[in-house]
Ligand binder design. Structure first.
Ligand SMILES: Cc1cc2nc3c(=O)[nH]c(=O)nc-3n(C[C@H](O)[C@H](O)[C@H](O)COP(=O)(O)OP(=O)(O)OC[C@H]3O[C@@H](n4cnc5c(N)ncnc54)[C@H](O)[C@@H]3O)c2cc1C
Length: 395
């Protein structure tokens, strides 16, 4: 029934974008979120100009810009020598002239709240927290789900925006858990006043080293500082206590630039996660159920585009549903056709970039450094155009 709500499982950035975009097209939506409250874990996130094609259409670009910052540049530095290898001048007039929109860094909680506030202002969206979906049924003319606490919800169709360990992907595709790649990530936010390390404070910086990297950038208009450490470790699958994690971290970064070791000393050791990778797959849909965002195509974080792709998906799916006049199979086919190659390219290029960042000390690394030294602004902008120019969206 066209009047039945569309169920969205997962209230992350992908699920909320889909909800808002569907509501803007007059569809009623029920978003089921497993966590006790709608919200995000508190770390930084970067977005290319491509997401503004979506934010403009949803009318939230101004609200996003109020909580975001546009860094003057994205830098790649050598983790051993400290030398600058690549500079993408994201804050300059040439970047804005080429891509029309800014590159931004923002606290994930703040951007999540922009979407959440917009959803809350819509009568067409019902947000249901503490609703961990544990089972589902496609009844042909509709869908039904059951939650861990025994509630059931039904709807006309279901959007599975339930993240990289998606229940729906597991049941519909069954390709198992993300494949561990032997690396772990640690994330920390500190008040910028506590930052002692001599590092650029206004840019996005990626320090690239053998089997490791660090990414850092400021948040909340320069008051906070976000640091992500990633490194290869034989113990990636193990849980380590604080002392074990500290010893592992110090060992991994022992040969890196002194400024990096100062950053490493600031890390919060509680959030230590093994990193997994997924292959591109198809199809993303079956009957009245469709996967979206990380559930369909989670990439490694090397291009910083996983959430950007989930946001693009949200609008594209809503427009496909709007145009299909109640034919969900046709809508899901159109959505997948519009999104598959772009998101698969993000997954595959993220994987290549991962290798590129982490080359061991040796000839290949020297070749890389000599090659990137020749990349000028025009070359870099051309390389990024397929991504930052955004993607065609139906409607
Ligand atoms: C270290 C790191 C850094 C990153 N940096 C960037 C970056 O700078 N830029 C970028 O674009 N991307 C980045 N990403 C990727 C980004 O975090 C993800 O791609 C993005 O969060 C995917 O959004 P999503 O809405 O698909 O899924 P998620 O954000 O994972 O949301 C899924 C939601 O579903 C809920 N859920 C799960 N299962 C159920 C269930 N059974 N029932 C109900 N609810 C359920 C979860 O609680 C969650 O709220 C990074 C990732 C990592 C790990």
């Amino acid at each position: 029934m066209a009047s039945d709500p569309i169920l969205i499982v997962g209230g992350g950035l992908g699920g909320l974008t889909a909800a808002l975009a569907l509501a803007r097209r007059g569809r009623t939506v029920r978003v089921l979120e497993g966590a006790a409250e709608f919200g995000a874990i508190g770390y930084g996130i970067q977005f290319g100009p491509n997401v503004f094609h979506v934010f403009d259409r949803l009318g939230i670009s101004e609200q996003v810009m109020a909580v975001a910052d546009a860094p003057p540049a994205v830098l790649m530095l050598d983790a051993l020598s400290g030398k600058e290898l690549v500079r993408i001048p994201t804050g300059g007039t040439s970047f804005r002239a080429r891509f029309k929109h800014p590159y931004i860094i923002v606290h994930r909680i703040d951007i999540h709240n922009v979407l959440l506030d917009a959803c809350r202002m819509s009568d067409a969206i019902e947000l249901v927290a503490d609703a961990m979906v544990t089972g589902f049924e496609d009844r042909g003319d509709g869908v039904a789900v059951a939650t861990a606490d025994g509630r059931t919800f039904s709807g006309a169709a279901l959007v599975a925006a339930d993240g990289v360990r998606s229940l729906f992907r597991d049941k519909l595709i069954g390709d198992g858990e993300p494949r561990p790649i032997g690396y772990v990530a640690l994330r920390t936010i500190v008040p910028i006043a506590e930052l002692k390390a001599d590092v650029p404070r206004d840019c996005v910086v990626l320090w690239s080293g053998p089997g490791l990297h660090i990414v850092h950038y400021p948040l909340r208009h320069g008051t906070e500082f976000n640091i992500v450490n990633v490194y290869r470790t034989a113990a990636h699958a193990e849980r380590l206590d604080g002392a074990g994690a500290r010893a592992e971290l110090d060992q991994a970064y022992r040969n890196t630039h002194p400024a990096m070791r100062e950053l490493v000393a600031m890390m919060d050791l509680r959030w230590r996660r093994s990193i997994g990778d997924r292959d591109p797959i198809r199809p993303w849909h079956k009957g009245r159920i469709v996967l979206l965002g990380d559930a369909a195509h989670a990439p490694l974080q090397s291009l910083a585009q996983g959430a950007g792709m989930a946001i693009e998906d949200g609008l594209c799916l809503a427009e496909s549903i709007h145009l299909s006049d109640g034919d969900f199979a046709a809508a899901f086919r159109q959505f997948q056709a519009a999104r598959l190659l772009r998101t698969a390219r993000v997954q595959l290029e993220s994987r290549s970039l991962w290798e590129f960042y982490h080359l061991d000390d040796g000839i290949a690394r020297d070749v890389r450094n000599a090659t990137v030294a020749q990349w000028d602004e025009a070359y870099l902008f051309n390389c990024l155009a397929w991504l930052y120019d955004g993607a065609p969206i139906p409607g």
